[in-house]
Design a protein. Structure first.
Length: 358
């Protein structure tokens, strides 16, 4: 297993972490306590020390199952959970990132997880109905009360994260150290603004859905669409992309996989592990066999030829103003080649326009 620092902190986590959306009767995997115990044990035995969950996964049941599974070994594990989405169908105040809901839900999560603290407490997404400073001060209090060691965000736009970090710095509040974001070979949107923001502020990225809802496992192609009940059929709608483009990416993934006698899933995850600012890639599975396969991606070393093929096959048009920023700051300003020569190895680091790299 590979280990890395958790964002802008000294905490060390495995580069692969165990996702838990599949745990619970209402979860995507509908797995119970027996399966949860077995999967958590397998992950720990293979070197994973980081488990990511959320209050809303199966409306709290996932946290309960995880809490039972880590009983007696809590101190050996880095535990992350989230707050934001509704935990009630009728109580307006049991949703969002208000002070009321954050203070209620951190206590509820700790009770379900059977622990006194979580290592990372994350805002599940932006809340346009709550003043940002209210959210950030409440999170700061959660840390000061010892109920969370660090805080992170998830599913923010880059400008929203920048604004939050600015408020935290100005008001001397505990800062977000991580950003949990969707990132995959068919979903590279975070590269346009998020990666540079993460680098500038030393924010560690936690990747969710690295296989694009199971699509990048390579089981489907143009003549074999996802069958009903498959993971991609159920979860793929959360990560939209052009299917024809996706099939082209999978073709490249399979080519690389054949070179290494590896699976398409392992190649797709290994590619993410090679990307900058990644603290951990969250993997989830419905069976121990699939989890074991995904964990072995940490041992797969992709060559430059592999990475170039995958990058070219998955390249997406770079939007404005990103391409203009690259042009002025990297292409036209000769200082960049002198100060950061590593960025120019193999050519200029410019954006993709018209399907080709600048």
């Amino acid at each position: 297993m590979i280990y890395r620092k958790l964002g802008n902190s000294g905490l060390i986590v495995s580069a692969l972490s165990l996702g838990t959306m599949q745990f619970g009767g209402e979860g995507l995997g509908n797995l119970g306590q027996k399966e949860t115990d077995s999967m958590v044990k397998l992950a720990l035995d293979r070197g994973i020390n980081f488990i990511d969950t959320a209050d809303m996964y199966a409306r709290g049941e996932s946290e309960k199952l995880v809490g039972n599974a880590i009983k007696g070994i809590r101190e050996e594990i880095v535990v992350a959970t989230k707050v934001r989405l509704p935990m009630s169908d009728t109580n307006f105040n049991n949703a969002g990132t208000t002070r009321v809901n954050i203070m209620r839900e951190i206590d509820a999560s700790l009770k379900r997880l059977q622990t006194d603290y979580v290592d990372l407490y994350q805002v599940h997404s932006w809340d346009s109905n709550t003043p940002l400073e209210e959210t950030l001060r409440a999170l700061d209090d959660v840390v000061k009360q010892g109920k969370a060691r660090y805080i992170g965000l998830s599913n923010y736009l880059a400008w929203q994260a920048a604004e939050a970090l600015g408020v935290q710095q100005r008001e001397h509040l505990n800062k977000y150290i991580t950003a949990q974001l969707y990132y995959s070979l068919v979903g590279r949107g975070v590269e346009h603004e998020w990666l540079s923001l993460a680098e500038y502020h030393n924010i560690g990225i936690l990747v969710w859905s690295p296989l694009a809802g199971g699509f990048l496992a390579g089981k489907y192609d143009r003549n074999k669409p996802a069958p009903e009940g498959s993971r991609f059929a159920e979860a793929g709608r959360f990560v939209p992309f052009d299917l024809e483009y996706g099939y082209g990416v999978v073709d490249a993934v399979k080519e690389v996989a054949k070179r290494h006698n590896a699976s398409a899933a392992q190649v797709s995850i290994a590619w993410l592990l090679s990307r900058p600012m990644i603290s951990s890639v969250i993997i989830a599975a419905r069976s121990n066999e699939r989890l074991e396969e995904n964990i072995r991606s940490a041992d797969l070393e992709l060559t430059k030829e592999d990475l170039d093929l995958l990058d070219k096959a998955s390249a997406q048009e770079t939007p404005y103003p990103t391409w203009m920023v690259f042009q002025h700051d990297q292409i036209e300003d000769f200082r960049a080649r002198v100060l950061n020569p590593e960025r120019f190895e193999g050519g200029a680091p410019g954006p993709v326009l018209g399907g080709e790299k600048w």
